[in-house]
Write a protein that binds this ligand. Structure first.
Ligand SMILES: NC(=O)c1ccc[n+]([C@@H]2O[C@H](COP(=O)([O-])OP(=O)(O)OC[C@H]3O[C@@H](n4cnc5c(N)ncnc54)[C@H](O)[C@@H]3O)[C@@H](O)[C@H]2O)c1
Length: 271
C-alpha cells in the first residue's frame, strides 16, 4: 500500500454487500490510510452486511436515503463531526431502476417508476453535491466521484431507463463540477466501469451475455470491482488534482473498440 489517502476524510455511499463496488473502494481507502463514514438507504442497512465492513474499516454507518435532502444534510453534518473536519472525498455508488427490477420493457415504461429511478440514480448526485457545496463541507482539492456505465453513450437495449439516468448523471458531474471547481477547487468526475457482477449489475436482463461479450471485446478484458477501487483511489488521491469534469472509461478498452478477433471468430463462416 502507498498511503495515498493518508489523513483524508470521506463519505462512501452504496456498499450493500461484499460484491458492491463501493465495498471494495471502502476496503482500499482504508488500506490507503483514509477515514470515512459509510452510508446507505435505511432499507439496505437492514440487511446488516455493512456492519461487517464498518468493523473492518473502523468506520461509522449513518443511514441516508440519497433522495432525501434532510437525510443528506444530517449525514454530511454528522460525518464532519465524527471525522473531525471537512471532507476530502465522496463516492456516489448508487443505482436503481424500478422498471428494470419489474422487467418492464423500455418502450412501455411506467413513468412513476421512471421518476423514482431517475431520482435515486441521477438526481441524488445533484442533491449530495448541493448539500456538500452549501455547507462548505469539502476541503480544497477534494474529489467527488460517481460510478456510471457506457449505456449513457451507446445502446444496450436491456439497460433500459438506466441508460438515460446515467446520461443525466454524467451531465450533472460536468455542470456541478464547473461550480465546485471554480468556487471550491474541488474536482468532480464519473468513472464508466465495465459490467461487474454485483446486485445492481446482475439485475440487468441478459447480464451474463453482455459481461461475456465485453470480456471478449476488450483488449485487457473486463475491469473487476477491485480494479475499479484502485482507479477510484487514484482519483481521490493528490496525484490527479487537475482531472475534473471527465467521464473516465475504466473498461479494459471496450469503449474504443469496433470489433475484436475473438468476436469475429464467433461469426465467421467455417471455410
Ligand atoms: N455492476 C455493474 O455492472 C456496473 C457497471 C457500471 C457502473 N455501475 C454502477 O456502480 C454503482 C454501484 O453499483 P454496484 O454494481 O456496486 O451494485 P450494488 O447493488 O452493490 O450497489 C448499488 C447501491 O445503491 C444503493 N441504493 C439504492 N437506492 C438507494 C437510495 N435511495 N439511497 C441510497 N442508496 C441507494 C443500494 O443500497 C446499493 O448499495 C451504481 O451506480 C451502478 O450503476 C455498475
Amino acid at each position: 500500500m502507498y498511503n495515498l489517502l493518508k489523513g483524508k476524510r470521506g463519505i462512501i455511499f452504496g456498499a450493500l454487500d461484499e460484491n458492491s463496488i463501493a465495498w471494495k473502494i471502502a476496503e482500499r481507502a482504508h488500506e490507503e490510510g483514509a477515514t470515512f463514514v459509510l452510508t446507505n438507504a435505511p432499507v439496505a442497512l437492514r440487511m446488516g452486511a455493512i456492519n461487517e465492513l464498518a468493523k473492518k474499516t473502523n468506520s461509522e454507518v449513518i443511514p441516508a436515503d440519497a433522495t432525501s435532502m434532510e437525510d443528506i444534510e444530517n449525514l454530511v453534518t454528522k460525518s464532519m463531526e465524527i471525522l473531525g473536519g471537512k471532507l476530502d472525498f465522496v463516492l456516489h455508488s448508487i443505482g436503481m431502476s424500478v422498471n428494470v427490477r419489474k422487467g418492464i420493457h423500455y418502450t412501455e415504461q411506467n413513468y412513476k417508476f421512471t421518476e423514482k429511478g431517475w431520482d435515486i440514480s441521477a438526481v441524488s448526485f445533484h442533491k449530495v453535491m448541493n448539500v456538500l457545496y452549501h455547507n462548505d463541507a469539502m476541503n480544497e482539492w477534494g474529489s467527488i466521484v460517481a460510478l456510471t456505465y457506457m449505456a449513457a453513450q451507446r445502446v444496450f437495449p436491456d439497460y433500459n431507463d438506466m441508460a438515460d439516468n446515467k446520461a443525466y448523471l454524467e451531465s450533472i458531474a460536468r455542470s456541478f463540477g464547473y461550480f465546485f471547481g471554480t468556487e471550491k477547487k474541488v474536482r468532480v468526475n464519473t468513472i464508466s466501469q465495465s459490467p461487474t457482477p454485483t446486485t445492481a449489475g446482475s439485475g440487468v436482463k441478459g447480464f451474463d451475455g453482455f459481461f461475456n461479450y465485453a470480456e471478449k471485446m476488450s483488449p485487457l478484458g473486463n475491469a473487476t470491482a477491485l480494479e475499479c477501487a484502485d482507479y477510484t483511489i487514484s482519483l481521490f488521491s493528490d496525484l490527479t488534482k487537475k482531472v475534473t469534469l471527465q467521464n473516465l472509461f475504466h473498461d479494459g478498452g471496450f469503449s474504443n473498440m469496433g470489433v475484436s478477433q475473438s468476436i469475429i471468430e464467433n461469426f465467421s463462416d467455417n471455410e
